[in-house]
Design a protein around this ligand. Structure first.
Ligand code: HEM
Ligand code: PLO
Length: 489
């Protein structure tokens, strides 16, 4: 086919000099839908040129598993992009940093801090995480119940609750209602979500950044606000750091930095050491990732419950039978609340926060589906099309939690369900996210019911795509369930 070039036999979109395949990518569809549509024509694995960059698009789970798992090491690199380089001071974070020995040890540090050992764990850090989740859960329930009878947008309350969890884990602090700093955090996060990797062409042609660019200057503004706020937290932590157990992620990072300094002395290379920048960028990222992903997922699930009141009723019936209204839900109830688990999975399937994963790159010559793939090739995994593949999901556009149960009512996890990615770049926050989603949703639905305000339209399910796919704002009415009438603030 024209333009496929000598590099491989993977079907490739046409291309012209400089612009690459961009003239064939018009039409205004967001990338996940565009790639899904192109997949109907070019097959589940195809290539295109984003400007000069040869890029593979993967639309099915077999090839995705090959790239993420079987050849995960080969494809664990990240490209450098203008906006994310700004965000992370040239890749001094986890998510947008290219593969390197420092990145590996750095990632391990963060992964350990966020990996909870689940039910019955007695690890100090786990107990702290759990109690911060539980107190944010109580706060959110009280907030929603007191906003109550009139239609209101649940998003600020949800965001604040989730922010507080991450805030406890990262810097041992919480925000109360209306806190000015919290408002600032929510504002800069939103600015970053709307502009990162969306500076239009800047991420394809680095030289574009010399031209004035509205998106890029908004991003820079938000980053400045973030940096001022976080440097302050860092200085506080440095001043109060002690020899004991780390109090939070920031402590763990500062200690990790000291160890890495000691370990690397002999080899002596400057760029292999962790620096203050690494600490700051990683804390900022855990903060951003922890908030945006979990709150977005919760808001999608609430939106779907408004569309499907029968699903909400079934979750509540399960809660009444398995937990009752005499006590709060706890982590050990997770095994008993199978249907709720399916609702959470179905929410993450039908509206993946990250419909196209952060780009991967091939670190060595490798292959996909038997086709050779050269070093440096970019790979876009289209989770949207994997989660909506009609060959693997019956009526993929239907919100149907039962698809995660087998005939005997046991939970199943299909192999084409990959909401957290997989392999060396798998999400480091998965166990925290799952814990939060479970505790927030179970407690909310135990204590209250959600419905649409009279005459209001159902929530729009298309969403808007920034770096994550968010629902558009919508309103709910909240009524306390029997036994919880007095629990508003
Ligand atoms: C990476 C999903 C929550 C931190 C990712 C990736 C996905 C994902 C799809 C990319 C995998 C890839 O590039 O191959 C989710 C979902 C969440 C969630 C669906 C919640 C519902 C969290 C939380 C945190 C977090 C709570 C941190 C506290 C990260 C980080 C990475 C990542 C640091 C980058 C890993 C790397 O590149 O090595 N996540 N995530 N995520 N996630 Fe999450
Ligand atoms: C969210 C806004 C923050 O200000 C910065 C930030 C850091 C990490 C990003 C996150 C944002 C969006 C969701 C991302 C996360 C890293 C992994 C996660 C992209 C931009 C996903 C879902 O892949």
């Amino acid at each position: 086919s024209p333009g496929s070039g000598p590099r491989s036999s993977i079907p490739c979109l046409p291309r012209v000099p400089v612009l690459g395949s961009l003239p064939w990518l018009g039409g205004g569809l967001p990338p996940h839908l565009l790639f899904t549509q192109l997949g109907h024509r070019y097959g589940p694995l195809f290539a295109l040129f984003l400007g000069p960059h040869y890029t593979l698009v993967i639309n099915d789970h077999q090839h995705a598993r090959e790239v993420l798992l079987q050849r995960g090491r080969d494809f664990a690199g990240r490209p450098s992009m203008v906006t994310t380089d700004l965000l992370t001071r040239g890749g001094k974070d986890i998510a947008f940093s290219d593969y390197s020995p420092l990145w590996k040890s750095h990632r391990r540090l963060v992964h350990n801090s966020f990996t909870l050992f689940g039910e019955g764990s007695s690890r100090l850090q786990d107990i702290a995480s759990l109690s911060s989740v539980l107190s944010s859960v109580d706060g959110l329930c009280a907030d929603l119940l007191s906003a109550g009878g009139h239609g209101f947008d649940p998003s600020p309350a949800v965001t604040r609750a989730v922010t507080n969890v991450v805030c406890m884990l990262v810097f041992s602090a919480t925000y109360c209602h209306g806190d000015a700093e919290l408002q600032e955090v929510m504002r800069y996060n939103d600015g970053i979500v709307q502009t990162i990797t969306r500076g239009g062409l800047v991420d394809i042609y680095p030289w574009m950044k010399v031209f004035p660019n509205k998106c890029l200057s908004k991003l820079k503004e938000c980053i400045t606000v973030r940096d001022r706020l976080l440097s302050h937290k860092l200085e506080e932590h440095k001043a109060s750091l002690s020899d004991g157990d780390p109090r939070d992620l920031l402590d763990a990072l500062l200690k990790g930095k000291m160890d890495s300094g000691r370990g690397q002395k002999s080899s002596g290379s400057e760029d292999e050491k962790m620096t203050d920048d690494h600490v700051l960028m990683t804390a900022a990222e855990a903060f951003g990732a922890g908030v945006e992903t979990t709150s977005t997922t919760l808001l999608w699930i609430l939106a779907y419950l408004l569309h499907h009141p029968e699903v909400q009723e079934r979750v509540q019936k399960e809660l009444d039978e398995q937990v009752g209204s005499e006590r709060q839900v706890c982590v050990s109830d997770r095994g008993r609340l199978a249907y709720l688990d399916c609702v959470i999975n179905e929410g993450m399937r039908i509206r993946p926060v990250s419909p196209v994963l952060i780009p991967h790159t091939a670190m060595t010559d490798s292959s996909v589906g038997g086709h050779p793939v050269g070093r440096g090739t970019r790979v876009l995994v289209n989770m949207w099309s994997i989660h909506h593949d009609p060959r693997h999901w019956d009526k993929p556009d239907l919100f149907n939690p039962d698809r995660f149960l087998d005939d005997q009512g046991r939970r199943v996890t299909p192999s084409c369900f990959l909401p957290f990615g997989a392999g060396p770049r798998v999400c480091v926050g998965e166990s925290l996210a799952r814990l939060e989603l479970f505790l927030f949703l179970s407690s909310l639905l135990q204590r209250m019911s959600f419905r649409l305000p009279d005459r209001a339209a159902l929530p729009n399910l298309q969403g808007r795509l920034g770096v994550v796919l968010q629902p558009l704002p919508y309103k709910v009415i909240v009524t306390p369930r029997a036994g919880w009438e007095g629990s508003a603030k």
